[in-house]
Structures are given as C-alpha cells and as structure tokens.
Ligand binder design. Structure first.
Ligand SMILES: [Zn+2]
Length: 126
C-alpha cells in the first residue's frame, strides 16, 4: 500500500489547499476518522459545512473523494486533511491490521481444533 508521502501530496494539490488541509488537522476540524479496511479510510472535515471524505490507498498512489463542491486542480483541502491524517496514523493502522490478522488466524486454528475434537468425540462415543 502506498501511504501518502508529503512530497506526493504537495504535488497532487495547490499550495493553498495544502496549507488549509494542514490547518484543518491542527485545529481539529477532522472527526469520525475511520480505517474501513487496509485500503479505505474515511472522515468528516468541518469547513464552512461538514464534508465526508474517502481515501483509497492503491499500489503506487492514493485517490480521494470529497462531498464538497470543489472542482479545480488536484485534491481539495478536506482530502489533503484526510491524507495527512492517514499518513500520521500509518503505524497505528498497520499495528491494528496486524493484530486483527493474528486474531483471525488464532480463531481459525481454534475452530479447526474444535472441529477435530468434535469429530473424534463422535467417532468414539457413537
Ligand atoms: Zn472537499
């Protein structure tokens, strides 16, 4: 997964959107941050109104969508804010994904173990 790099992010937007995006983070205008899964992230960003933002990590790059009416060049300031947050939370997110995977594996092993026991039980008790 290609997490947003600052350089990449700056190239994908205008200077003023980049600066405004940073401000949204520092003044806590970003809320409801969610890591939907290892590729999708969403948040609400409060500007003049509150907008919903979605970000998808790709193999080499990322894409973002926002419910605001911005239609000029590159990412809007709300998308910049979410991209910065995804970047800031990268280590936490990776840890969570890793933990979830371990849990899933343990659960799977336990179930297989359980099914085996059941199978044995049926064989010797029946
Ligand atoms: Zn926007």
């Amino acid at each position: 997964m290609a997490y947003p790099h600052l350089k990449n992010l700056e190239q994908k937007t205008t200077n003023s959107n980049f600066e405004r995006g940073k401000l949204y983070l520092s003044d806590k205008s970003l809320s409801n941050y969610q890591c939907v899964n290892k590729r999708y992230f969403s948040a609400s960003v409060r500007g003049q109104k509150t907008y919903r933002v979605l970000l998808e990590l790709g193999k080499d790059d990322f894409r973002a969508w926002c419910s605001c009416p911005y239609a000029s060049r590159g990412l809007c300031k709300h998308e910049v804010a979410l991209a910065l947050e995804v970047r800031n939370k990268k280590n936490i997110t990776l840890k969570q994904i890793y933990r979830k995977r371990i849990h899933a594996r343990l659960f799977q092993q336990f179930n297989i173990f359980h099914v085996d026991l059941l199978h044995l039980w049926n064989r010797f008790s029946g």
